[in-house]
Design a protein around this ligand. Structure first.
Ligand SMILES: N[C@@H](CCC(=O)N[C@@H](CS)C(=O)NCC(=O)O)C(=O)O
Length: 239
């Protein structure tokens, strides 16, 4: 199988985690934003990553890919057999992919506007050195006003809502090792993948690993949530 991806996309991380749990071998095709997405459009009829190619099958969208892998490689299962638990997993997956994803993405973009290390590290690996340098050296006055523009997108209310939801998630993760039932599910994988935008895990490599959105990555009430996330990633790696 081939996974067409952006390395630091949370939706691509979600698919990599599903592939790892199921111990499926695959190769990665790093898509260049812009030009590379034209080729992706020709391949899949749309321009977003992730896209999985399995022989003649071309599947776009992380949830569609997860369901495809679940039906073709059912063991180990990431969707519970019990209908009630399965419904809770699918609802949590959808929340992670929509509201949580939007909040995490805006929080990260806002943080990158004011943090040159984060900004440069998030550029695709194929970015030429001089351009990378230029982006990281953008004057702080310019980036400050970009930060203000993002402030109006991620208003105080949005940030408060993200924080409130993360605090509830921390309570849930403190109460039980997995979000639904007693074993790892697609809900854990989808949530863990999005949390990677707020505090980059070790697998992001230098210099991103350990970097994150200040005020969230270092929030005292959320430390147990990030530890839970690290435990989920360790469980996937050991699968
Ligand atoms: N619902 C999709 C969302 C995928 C998505 O938002 N992909 C982003 C990267 S994180 C993308 O390809 N953005 C480029 C674009 O929209 O042109 C999924 O679950 O896979």
């Amino acid at each position: 199988m081939q996974l067409h991806q952006f390395r630091h996309s949370a939706f691509c991380e979600k698919v990599r985690l599903v592939l790892a749990v199921k111990r499926l071998p695959y190769t990665v095709v790093e898509v260049t934003p812009g030009l590379g997405q034209l080729a992706l459009f020709r391949l899949s009829g749309q321009r977003q990553v992730p896209v999985l190619v399995d022989g003649s099958e071309v599947i776009a969208d992380s949830s569609a890919i997860a369901l495809y892998l679940e039906s073709n490689h059912p063991s180990p299962a990431l969707l519970p057999a019990d209908p009630g638990e399965r419904a809770r997993v699918l609802l949590l997956e959808d929340w992670a992919d929509t509201a949580l994803a939007a909040g995490c993405r805006l929080a990260l973009v806002h943080a990158a506007a004011t943090d040159p290390v984060l900004r440069s590290a998030l550029l695709p690996d194929s970015t030429p050195g001089p351009l990378r340098q230029l982006v990281s050296n953008l004057p702080s006055e310019v980036m400050g006003s970009v930060g203000e523009a993002f402030d109006s997108m991620l208003g105080a209310g949005e940030r408060q809502r993200l924080l409130a939801n993360l605090e509830q998630l921390a309570v849930l993760a403190d109460a039980q090792p997995c979000l639904v039932g007693s074993s790892l599910s697609l809900a854990d994988v989808a949530v863990a993948a999005q949390l990677g935008l707020l505090l980059f895990p070790a697998s992001s490599g230098a210099p991103l690993a350990g970097c994150g959105v200040s005020g969230i990555a270092d929030h005292p009430l959320l430390q147990s949530l990030f530890s839970w996330r690290d435990r989920i990633l360790a469980e996937v790696a050991a699968a």
